[in-house]
Write a protein that binds this ligand. Sequence first.
Ligand code: ZN
Length: 663
Amino acid sequence: MQYIPYNKEQFAWTQWGPKEIRKAYENSIAHKEKVYAAIKLVPDFDRTFQNTIAALERASYVESPQMHYVELLLEVSPRSDVRKAAKETLDEYSQKIVDIEYDEDLYHAVLACARKNEPLEGADKKLLEDALRAYRRMGFGLSTEDREELKDIIKQISKLSLEFSKNINDWQGYILVTREELEGLPESYITGLQKDNTGKYKITLQYPDSVPFIKNAESEQKRKELQTKLLQKGGAVNLDILGSLLRLRRMQARLLGYKNHVAYQAKPRTAKTAEHIEAFLTDLAKNVSPLAARDITVMCDLKRTSTGNPDAVLEYHDLSYYLNESEKQTCNVDHEKLRVYFPLEKVLDGMFAIYAKLFSVSFQKITDYPVWHDGVELYAIKNTEGEIIAYFFLDLYPRENKYGHAMAFPIVQGRLLEEGYLPPVSAMVANFPKPTSDTPTLLSHPELTTLFHEFGHIMHGTLTQAPYASQSGTSVARDFVEAPSQMFEHWMWDTESLRLVSEHYKTKEPLPDSDLKNLIKAKKHMIGYQTMRQIIFATFDYQIHTEEEGTPDAISTYNTLVKTYLRVQTPEGNLFPAGFGHLIGYSGGYYGYLWSEVYACDMFTRFAAEGLLNPETGGSYRLWILEKGSSMDELEEVRGFLGREPSNRAFLQEIGLDTIKPE
Ligand SMILES: [Zn+2]
């Protein structure tokens, strides 16, 4: 396949100001309207899949990347005028695009084309089905009145979703601590902290500050103070927004004939029905409960012995701390101490070497193209012929007003054009500790695993060969999209792979064998508790999205689940749901994290048997999973790769439920 070459110009958007953002929006809309008008002009007797359905998909050729640039700039731009313009533009776009898509004539054009029953296969057949479903889900097929109501609901949902996410992003806060209150934290962490004018240390809510503190600070009072702040994220205003969103999503589902929002979401995904999801979560909760209860008891006992108080009660802000403490004591793994063996540069070299070997590609840093901030890097991916097939950005350090979690953003989605294949562009955004004057960025093992996970999304997005952008890369079912990335997390629990990404940042000595062994042995440490946390998030998301009437009380739903499954009280006045950003992107689909683990663990069995650095297995994985996107049914892809029906056996083993009979 020929790839279309890019030059600097294609990356000029990284420097956009408010004026360019505005122009991009106007151009995108104008282009789309022009293409739509042309499709409508085709007389019905001349309609074909190519001039109607494929043309409809191609109409987003200009708009899709341009709007992705704006979305990314909203999350990462260091300029407040750019973020402001991006937000305003996306607000306007989210409303305008609904007006454009609600086009009765276009709908009739699609129907007329479908009625011709052209013999279609594979990606083409799926594209037609997707187009018809999209129109059904817009309410074409309902009465005009219902359709208008639905249209209004969709607009409101878009607007409120943007608002909800922005409130989380903009949320800032910190606590102040003295030097004594930093007991338990390593020197390298302390030197990276900012101070206020009284000389106290600032622990912000950003990951590199807050996560090590919650896990390691001996001062219970300060951990509690920080945890309380973390649980205020998003603010009370987000609870109101969430209430409206839940009601609107329910109305949307009902208008379209679904019982609730989860049922609506599940239909086109691999789960298919809300009942499947409920059964999955209920069974899992039942089986994991005893394991989680055992872990909680261990944590509670540990608190009692270490505080010398036989009546001490395990609290919400203790969970991460005693999980970490028990890992230190029983597994001999101290994540803070191990950081010295994972300097970012070595990690990236090793990670690129692993992915290069598996997928027969190479990575090249591009230094003369523009980026949106000094700390951002751009890479090209080359195939064995040395041709550039894709690009990706790495934006790995926290900044004020930057997206606060780790995520891979699709920017340009691959698509087949007449001139050749359009190379995909993605960006990995994360928040790892910044290097200081004398220490490079040193990753913890959990951060390393996150990096591998996110890079899995980058590979899924960039190695795609799907013909249509709407089916390429990570545009797969929401309850499958995590699977390819979750699978790659397994590499960070493997001796040979860990060797490739580690060496002492000063002495260049390898990670000692004993540490390596202990680390790998600790993989399933408190797996019951850790799985239960995911079950709680998924069940929470499920329950608030299946409430039959009124506004679900999200806070008490969450509190009850934590109390029931972890036997721990959530802090008074917590606003957990207000800061749970996944309620937007995953809305009613958070179960997907656990659900796709089933596929991830199953797919990994082939690598476990054939070798984690086996290029043949990698090639087969690339062919069946990474290249296909959703141009094929996702379960067909898994069957193709495994050469058998998928099974949940490996997943059950992974979470310590080996005794349950797999299906
Ligand atoms: Zn992910």
